[in-house]
Design a protein around this ligand. Sequence first.
Ligand code: NAD
Length: 498
Amino acid sequence: MSPSRITHYVDGADWSGATDRTSQVFNPATGEVTGALDLASADLVGEVVASAAKAWPEWADTSLARRSKVLFAFRELLDRNKKEVAALITAEHGKVLDDALGEVMRGLEVAEFACGIPHLLKGGYSENASTGVDVYSLRQPLGVVAVISPFNFPAMVPMWFIPIAIACGNAVVLKPSEKDPSAALAVARLWKEAGLPDGVMNVVNGDKEAVDALLTHPDIKSVSFVGSTPIAKYVYETGTAHGKRVQALGGAKNHMLVLPDADLDLAADAAVNAGFGSAGERCMAISALVAVEPVADDLVSRIVDRMGKLRTGDGTRGCDMGPLVTGPHRDKVTGYVAAGVEEGATLVVDGRDADFDGGDDGFFLAPTLFDQVTPEMSIYRDEIFGPVLSVVRVHSYEEGLRLINDNPYGNGTAIFTNDGGAARRFQHEVEVGMVGVNVPIPVPVSYFSFGGWKSSLFGDTHAHGIEGVHFFTRGKVVTSRWLDPSHGGLNLGFPQNT
Ligand code: NAD
């Protein structure tokens, strides 16, 4: 089967122009090249931004009633098409179908939140702030906003931002990951069906050239980026240097702290689910399991039992875990497994040895477990982004907490304990943006905001929830007096409220 062309979505239609550069999209379960993706030049990005800028003023002036109707229609359409979108995710990302469906549903939650936009955009009003003077606040859209997303949640991460940006009255240019762009394109087409005017939602595919063009374009007012830490930092620095509002979410190294009083079956289930779900390619995956002694031996043996039951293979075949996203990424992760052995960690389960239920050329690596990992080792220090779980043994709560707080990342963490006081102390003391208490993947619901601390987020606004509404709008305060002749007269002093 020859690869099919995947192109941009501009002004309510698939783009039909010619392209100079393309990149390959794979089915990671078979290794087959399934798509040839058009990569935009900087000039083309300029054309897409111009089309969004043309569509924006009318959408910004569209009433809240009409905007929320589009949001409700989009929510229904996405719900009706969720299985098709999930199938596209599995075909290009590799994650198993159930997991892909879960991703779509978590994105859909943000659309549901955005349906309440009339309430979310309500300002404040103070009558008679000064005698005869009323003061009220408004929030207005920014203009054309850019969203740049990673490969690991090809549908959900764009939806952390886009429904809110659109509900707030902005026009959007999305640049999805070049590894798995089709799900985001399919969701973009649903907006048109939901009644969104052409040009308000656009998708431009590309690599660094397209990203740089967005970061420097004068008509792009904000950038919402999610990806690895070095690129997030670059995007934040370049975007803000060009006068844009930027929220750039970066990489992670998430720790799960297991105290001696924890329910070890619950902890073992959680470690396996959060360590190996989506082949460890989640920004909230647990990659470091911090066991407070004397539980480590017992916990490791319960984890090993569970790992023996997992089937790795093609995500369409009912397996527990799919392949990694690309061949080079699989090779990078297996490189870390080799490095862990060389650096002296104990390789308890070696995923390189496994049988896979998928194509011979699929990008597979089965769940892998290291014990006796220490903080100097590269498998502890680096974000591996694969199905590799490292057990670090510590001797107290304080030692575990110090390890977590010394880590440069601060995206997610979890504590497992039956002691409410210890959990409460942890949530207060830990320097991480999202915390789970006996919950391994504490991704906040859409009406709270998602975001990490330290090297896991550059900028100060987290994604979705009320912070999302603030990110995609500018505040304005109006002080008004409807003239009463008795208040006339000259006064050059600074206005004082009387
Ligand atoms: P990535 O940084 O390679 O790519 C992210 C986006 O940046 C893509 O759209 C890509 O095209 C673009 N890009 C890549 N190289 C670039 C460059 N040199 N200049 C400009 N743009 C560039 O990330 P990825 O591999 O797609 O995704 C995995 C990473 O994303 C992991 O580090 C993961 O932790 C992180 N992530 C973080 C969160 C979070 O909420 N903090 C969520 C999901 C993923």
